[in-house]
Design a protein around this ligand. Structure first.
Ligand code: C2O
Ligand code: CU
Ligand code: CU
Length: 488
C-alpha cells in the first residue's frame, strides 16, 4: 500500500508540489490537535459565534476562513444525551448562515436547516430538547444553495452526545488521548497555498474534491496515541469525497458505533467506507506498541465518473489519511476490547414495519448537452423524484408516530442520502443483505444503486419548518437534490 503518495485528483501536479513543500517532511509533520472541547453536560448551555478568520495551512500564505468561535471549524460540543440544552448561535459574517444539528432527533422548529436562517449580525437561540442514545453527531451550516461554500469555508463542528457511561462500558473516553475526534476533509489549495473552493462545472456534477487532506483543520498531521486500545471517532466532513478507510499494515478496526450510536458489540472490519456526512467510531489496538496509518482507497465516485470525464488516469491509487504513532508515555487506560457495548443494531418492530407507508425516492441527475461533450459550459440538473428542491413546496407530509419504508435509488453515481429528524434502519442494499457498517441506527446511507430504509417519525416538523432529505454531496444538495417533508 502506498503511504505517502500524492493525493490523486485532477490537481495531481499541485498535490505533488504540496507534499514536497517544506513542512511536509516526514519528521516535521505536526501533531494532530483536537478541536477545543466545550462540555455542556453540567451547564446545559453553549454559545457559538460564526466568525471570519485566517489560517496558514501550508506555511505559505494565509487563507480566509470561517469558523465557530475560532478561525476554522468549531469546538466539539459535548452535550448530555438527555435533557434540554440552551443553544445560542451568533452570526458575525455578512451573509445568512444556519446551524443544523445533524443527527439530533429534535423538532423541525429547532433543526437548524434552511428554514432557520440566522441573518448577518443576527442571533438564534433555540432550546434543544434532547433524548436519544449517545452518539457522535455534527453541526454545520445549511443554507440552500450556500451549504457547500459555507461548510468548505469551515462552518462545521462535532456534537458529541454523552451519558457519562463510557468508563463502565470499558470504552476509551479520554478526549484527545485515547478518544480521538477525527474530522476528515479534503481541501484544495492554490499555488500560493490558500485554501480555495472553486468547483468547475463538471465538479458541480461529480462533487468537489480537494488535493490535500485536512484533519481537524490541520494539513497532514500525525496522531500520537497510547500503547493500548484507541477510539477513533471518524466524521467525514468533506464536500463530496467518499473514503474507503483501512489501516496500512492490515490490522483490523473494530466498529463500535455508526451515525446514531453504539452497536450491540464490536464488529471486526478491515475496510470502512465513509461517505460525506457519515460518522463511525472504531477501536484500534495499539497494545503491541507499533504505529500505522489510516489510509483510503480512491473515491469510488471518481472511478465511476472518471471515464466519462476523461481523466481516468488521475483517479487511481490509495493515499494516507492520518499516520498514527504510539507514545509509551501516554496513559493506556483500556487494554482489551469490550465484549458488549450496550447499544443496539437498528431494528424496528414487526408491528411498525407491517403498517408502514411505502415511498419511492429517486435521486436524479441529468447532464446538459455540453457536459456530455466534456466542455465546461454544460449544465447539470439535480432533483428528487424529478423535482428540484423548492423551499416553498413540501414533498409530502408524514404522520407522527407512523413508520415508513423508503426505496431509494440513485442515478449515475453513489449518493450519500440523509434524512433529518429520524434514525433509520437499513432494510436492504440492492435487494441483498445490509453491509456490517450499516446495521446500526443511521441517519445516512450511501446509496450505490438502491437501498431500502425504514423509520418511525417520533418528532414533529410543521409545514413551516419541515425536515430535509437530501444527497449529502454538498454540490448535489445545493443543486437541488433535496426535498422536505412535514411530520404532523
Ligand atoms: Cu448534514 Cu441536511 O445535513
Ligand atoms: Cu441533518
Ligand atoms: Cu448525490
Amino acid at each position: 500500500m502506498t503511504t505517502r503518495r500524492a493525493f490523486c485528483t485532477g490537481m495531481a501536479a499541485s498535490a505533488v508540489a504540496l507534499m514536497a513543500a517544506p513542512g511536509f517532511a516526514q519528521n516535521a509533520q505536526p501533531r494532530l490537535q483536537m478541536p477545543p472541547l466545550i462540555d455542556t453536560t453540567a451547564s446545559g448551555r453553549f454559545s457559538l459565534t460564526a466568525q471570519r478568520g485566517q489560517v496558514n495551512f501550508l506555511g505559505q500564505s494565509a487563507s480566509e476562513t470561517w469558523g465557530f468561535n475560532q478561525p476554522y471549524l468549531g469546538p466539539t460540543l459535548r452535550v448530555a444525551h438527555k435533557g434540554e440544552v440552551q443553544a445560542e448561535v451568533n452570526n458575525q459574517l455578512d451573509e445568512k448562515i444556519s446551524a443544523h444539528w445533524h443527527g439530533l432527533l429534535i423538532p423541525g422548529e429547532v433543526d437548524g436547516g434552511p428554514h432557520n436562517p440566522i441573518a448577518a449580525g443576527g442571533t438564534w437561540a433555540p432550546v434543544l430538547p434532547i433524548d436519544q442514545p449517545t452518539a457522535t453527531l455534527w453541526y454545520h451550516s445549511h443554507i440552500h444553495g450556500r451549504t457547500a461554500a459555507q461548510v468548505s469555508k469551515g462552518l462545521a463542528g462535532v456534537l458529541q452526545l454523552s451519558d457519562g457511561q463510557d468508563d463502565a462500558r470499558g470504552l476509551p473516553s479520554n478526549y484527545g488521548v485515547d478518544d480521538l475526534m477525527v474530522v476528515l476533509q479534503d481541501r484544495r489549495f492554490d499555488r500560493a497555498g490558500r485554501m480555495v473552493y472553486n468547483p468547475a462545472r463538471p465538479e458541480l456534477m461529480m462533487g468537489f474534491l480537494g488535493d490535500a487532506m485536512v484533519i481537524n483543520g490541520q494539513v497532514a498531521p500525525v496522531a500520537v496515541v497510547p500503547k493500548g486500545i484507541v477510539r477513533l471517532r471518524l466524521l467525514n466532513g468533506s464536500n463530496s469525497r467518499i473514503y474507503v478507510l483501512a489501516l496500512a499494515d492490515g490490522r483490523p478496526m473494530h466498529l463500535i458505533a455508526s451515525d446514531n450510536g453504539l452497536l450491540d458489540k464490536p464488529v471486526e472490519i478491515t475496510q470502512l467506507a465513509l461517505a460525506t456526512g457519515e460518522r463511525a467510531e472504531v477501536l484500534v489496538d495499539f497494545s503491541s506498541g507499533g504505529g500505522t496509518s489510516l489510509v483510503s482507497a480512491s473515491n469510488p465516485n471518481q472511478g465511476m465518473m472518471g471515464g466519462m470525464m476523461g481523466n481516468r488516469s488521475q483517479t487511481q491509487g490509495s493515499f494516507t489519511v492520518l499516520p498514527i504513532e504510539v507514545d509509551n508515555t501516554l496513559p493506556a487506560r483500556i487494554t482489551r476490547l469490550p465484549d458488549a457495548l450496550g447499544g443496539s443494531l437498528a431494528q424496528l418492530t414487526q408491528a411498525d414495519l407491517a403498517g408502514a407507508t411505502r415511498r419511492t425516492i429517486t435521486l436524479d441527475m441529468q447532464m446538459g448537452m455540453g457536459m456530455m461533450l466534456g466542455n465546461l459550459f454544460g449544465g447539470s440538473r439535480f432533483s428528487i423524484n424529478g423535482e428540484a428542491y423548492d423551499m416553498d413546496r413540501l414533498n409530502f407530509t408524514a404522520k407522527r408516530g407512523s413508520t415508513e419504508i423508503w426505496r431509494i435509488s440513485g442515478a449515475m453515481m453513489m449518493h450519500p442520502f440523509h434524512v433529518h429528524g429520524v434514525s433509520f434502519q437499513v432494510l436492504s442494499e440492492n435487494g441483498g443483505p445490509v453491509a456490517a457498517r450499516n446495521r446500526g441506527w443511521k441517519d445516512m446511507i450511501l446509496v450505490n444503486g438502491e437501498a431500502e430504509i425504514a423509520m418511525r417519525f417520533d418528532h414533529a416538523a410543521p409545514p413551516s419548518n419541515p425536515y430535509m432529505f437530501h444527497c449529502h454531496i454538498l454540490e448535489h444538495e445545493d443543486g437541488g437534490m433535496m426535498g422536505q417533508f412535514a411530520v404532523v
